[in-house]
Design a protein around this ligand. Sequence first.
Ligand SMILES: NC(=O)c1ccc[n+]([C@@H]2O[C@H](COP(=O)([O-])OP(=O)(O)OC[C@H]3O[C@@H](n4cnc5c(N)ncnc54)[C@H](O)[C@@H]3O)[C@@H](O)[C@H]2O)c1
Length: 326
Amino acid sequence: MGYRVAVIGAGIIAGSHLKAMRSMDALAPCAIADIARDRADALAAEHGIPSYADYKQMIEKERPDIAVVTLPHYLHREAACFAAARGCHVMLEKPMAMSASECDEIIEAVYAGGVKLMVGHTQHYDAVNLAAKAWIDGGRLGRLTMIGDRRHQRYDTPTRPAWFFEKAKAGGGILTNLGSHSIDKIQWLTGERIASVTSRIRYAEMRGDIEGGGSAFLVTESGIPATLSQSGYPGAVVDETEFRFTGGSMKLLTGRELWISEGGDYEQVPVPPQPDPFVRQFEDLLGAIRDNREPECSMAYSRSVVAVVESLYRSHERGAETQVER
Ligand SMILES: NC(=O)c1ccc[n+]([C@@H]2O[C@H](COP(=O)([O-])OP(=O)(O)OC[C@H]3O[C@@H](n4cnc5c(N)ncnc54)[C@H](O)[C@@H]3O)[C@@H](O)[C@H]2O)c1
């Protein structure tokens, strides 16, 4: 019998976590909660576990070893702190919380509860991203000089849940949600934190009170410049990160392809297969629990991603370059 895992939130991403745990001997789903009881019931029936409408009641009654939090962003702090205070380890969906100060509250609750918490930054476990990291770390292309990250895809799709369009519940729009993936990708692949941000954000004609897109100029702590550009308006889909080195360049199409140039045209390179990213994520958390250490994706790291997202909005409001809060 493995660790008993309760899932808080039975929405779109909950199924990916449940599928991953089903394939792992070390984990056993034990219950699921959602205020939309029909959603909890449907996943509960599929996995042969009890369902709850109230996640706090579920945690008190089931006493799981691990809680997986897949809630709207404004509830991450509350649920993570509640679970940690009851002695549950936590797998928390990205972004860690709505602000760096909320992340601090979570970190404090995790230390007080004597548990481990990991934010599910899936980018770290994607096969193509892992191959890109091996190229960067291998040094064959020379020193990294600059990065360009572009992610454009219609944000207002019929399947996107309504809370994503409320700033009070989501924190922001595409720059919060997909921006946290891009910021994570830049920081993790370079092994550096972003130190400053200059951004301009567009709000025209987007549903709710969130932004529709924006562009930012980021500088890492060692001075590497990076551009980040995201549009949630209709148009051709783009998801591409380009790294320029002193001796070549690399085009990363996360989840799909990796292209390398050592001077000439780009050539596609093979990508070794990897296990399901959601399985690898759980393995990272399990390693941290067993060895009593931080997961590879640490809480301080996850907080830094939230701090950069906050800086995107702050820089736009100020109309000026903004230093990322440490
Ligand atoms: N890692 C990834 O690639 C990835 C992909 C999608 C979503 N996510 C993240 O996962 C999280 C959830 O996103 P989603 O797309 O699954 O959203 P979703 O809206 O489909 O799921 C959230 C669920 O939480 C439930 N809920 C809301 N308030 C609740 C409460 N008080 N108690 C219990 N349940 C409550 C909702 O009814 C809903 O079913 C977000 O943080 C999102 O950013 C990550």
